[in-house]
Design a protein around this ligand. Structure first.
Ligand SMILES: [Zn+2]
Length: 123
């Protein structure tokens, strides 16, 4: 049986029981554009309340910011090292578009990471 925080984060599972889903769909794009970016309020398996307190998920913005910086840095390093791009305008455009395209994935992962920092795994 697979358990743990990384399993919970990457497979969209409840941080406590690792069985119930956090998001209604496993697809970040479907979640954001067709489900309105809403997650389940409680775990369907262990009944854990996901929003610990009102406004709890505002803290996920810190994680989202870090992920955005990570994605941008990674694309910058790849562009400089592999493709040897020197045009700062083109680099900025590529990084900006990449961050926009990956925003649903960032949103999806940042809430799961934020929730996993506060709830212990008890399978
Ligand atoms: Zn659960």
């Amino acid at each position: 049986m697979k358990t743990g925080k990384l399993y919970s984060i990457f497979f969209n599972k409840c941080p406590r029981c690792n069985k119930g889903k956090f998001w209604k769909s496993n697809n970040p794009y479907y979640n954001l554009f067709l489900n309105g970016g809403e997650n389940h309020s409680h775990c369907l398996n262990c009944d854990l309340k996901f929003e610990i307190e009102p406004g709890f998920f505002y803290g996920a913005m810190y994680i989202s910011y870090g992920l955005g910086i990570g994605i941008g840095s990674l694309i910058l390093i790849i562009s400089l090292a592999v493709f040897q791009m020197k045009n700062i305008f083109l680099l900025s455009l590529i990084i900006g578009i990449s961050i926009l395209i990956l925003a649903p994935v960032n949103y999806f992962l940042s809430r799961l990471i934020w929730l996993n920092t506060f709830i212990d795994n008890k399978p």
